[in-house]
Design a protein around this ligand. Structure first.
Ligand code: EPZ
Length: 417
């Protein structure tokens, strides 16, 4: 398994262009199953997860060409409504096929996704939605088996915000008979990108950008072209790379509006920013002030930047608290950061960080996608050499990360076992 070797404490400089959003590309790729014909999706990031999703769509019968960020999907012969275990176990987002397969083909057989390092990752809300839209859903032998000749619109009210379940509810209801109302819908930008895509295909969805969505079912959708929005989590990760190495760098191809909650917290820590159009420049500080964060659904501070922000806080000049409210086990990075001489302890789902003068390089282990990003950031700031094992985690969600960091002046290389 590949590792990263990082030599820390090097200043970064220059610009880095942000790739398309993994979490927008995945549902949009699956939503193409709702119409028959040829789609073109621009700015798709080349990641393990997008390649896995392409594999799943091919198993369903779609034809896919994917190169240089452009993905062509032909769903004319996509007719096999099944997502098998050996694929679903590698990517939870496979659950997204449940809604489209039910809506288009009247049946779906999707392997029950396992948990992962950040928690059990239940899918009860996804199943609840399909039942509320009239499907007969059984879970047996590790598979979700759903059937319904015609889904019927209904009122869906989520007790808790769920990005995935909101996406599945949208993709199931656009071809349902009658009106569906989704209350307490997720408002992440990736959901907005999906709604734009579905409406362009001929769906009738109102309320984009709010937590109440009204869908009037239509009889048919058509293949279209769409561009994936920039990845706000990759963008935030690179801003934090500039912050933790006390470097002035700029990120381009981003949407500053999507990063407001992170920018506010970094300004509280003392950093300054120059923002224009789709570019953000971070101006470093000598002393990093400690800042508390609580992760919440968009537009508040994103759980997907919690680990990376914690890496920065290990070098603050005081004490701060980080509360993770979305996932119950999203603190796997703490033990590894402490191996780099950070001083972090946990009380329930709150991490208490005492800033230290410096981190020192060591061998560490990546446990999940964003934890591995946090370890890369810490390695960039640590004295000496850091080796990060199991970086296949990071390849799921960051396109060419070592190349992008090297172009900014970091000393990072991928080494095989
Ligand atoms: C999406 O996951 C993202 N993944 C995650 O990004 C992100 O962390 C998460 O949303 C929150 O923003 C993709 O978009 C592919 P949820 P998802 O449903 O949809 C609970 C990354 O690093 N829940 O919004 O799985 C769930 O356990 C990944 O790119 C249920 O209880 O997240 C969690 O506590 C990690 N029942 C909370 O809701 C359900 O049926 C929010 O989860 C579904 C979720």
């Amino acid at each position: 398994m590949d590792k990263f070797r990082i030599s820390g404490r090097r200043k970064l400089s220059g610009n880095v262009a942000i790739s398309g959003s993994k979490n927008a590309a995945l549902p949009i790729m699956v939503a193409s199953l709702l119409a028959s014909g040829k789609f073109k999706i621009e700015n798709v990031p080349n990641l393990r997860d997008t390649r896995t999703m392409a594999k799943l769509l091919r198993m369903i019968g779609a034809k896919i060409d994917f190169s240089n960020g452009e993905m062509k999907i032909d769903t004319t012969n996509a007719k096999n409504p099944e997502a098998p275990y050996d694929l679903v176990k590698t990517m939870r987002a496979s659950i997204y096929v449940l809604g489209p397969l039910l809506a288009k083909f009247g049946k779906a057989k999707v392997s029950f996704p396992g948990g992962c390092a950040i928690g059990p990752r239940p899918i009860d809300l996804h199943i609840k939605v399909m039942k509320e839209l009239g499907a007969n859903v059984e879970v047996k032998h590790g598979y979700i088996q759903a059937e319904c000749n015609q889904l019927v619109g209904n009122k869906i009210s989520f007790q808790k915000r769920s990005v995935g379940a909101t996406a599945n509810a949208l993709m199931a209801s656009v071809l349902a008979k009658g009106e569906t109302i989704i209350e307490n819908a997720a408002q992440e930008p990736e959901i907005s990108n999906l709604i734009d895509f579905l409406n362009k295909m001929g769906a009738n969805i109102k309320g984009n950008g709010t937590d109440i969505l009204r869908i009037s079912g239509v009889s048919k959708l058509n293949p279209v072209e769409i561009e994936i929005i920039p990845d706000r989590i990759e963008a935030g990760t690179f801003l934090l790379a500039g912050a933790i190495t006390k470097s002035e760098i700029a990120i381009t191809n981003c949407i500053p509006e999507h990063l407001k909650s992170l920018i506010e917290k970094l300004e509280q820590a003392g950093f300054k920013f120059e923002i224009k159009n789709n570019e953000i420049k971070i101006i470093p500080v000598k002393t990093i002030r400690p800042v508390d964060i609580i992760t919440k659904p968009y537009p508040d501070f994103p759980t997907d930047l919690q680990a990376q922000f914690m890496a920065l806080m290990t070098l603050s000049n005081g004490k701060c608290f980080i509360e993770e409210t979305i996932f119950q086990d999203r603190f796997m990075h703490i033990a590894e950061l402490n191996r780099l001489d950070a001083d972090i302890r946990i009380e329930k789902n709150i991490a208490i960080i005492n800033g230290v003068k410096s981190l020192s390089g060591a061998e560490v282990m990546a446990s999940d996608l964003r934890a591995s990003a946090a370890l890369v950031l810490a390695g960039l700031a640590a004295k000496g050499e850091t080796i990060i094992h199991r970086i296949y985690h990071i390849d799921r969600g960051y396109e060419k990360i070592e190349e992008k960091l090297s172009n900014l002046g970091a000393k990072i290389e991928r080494i095989g076992d």
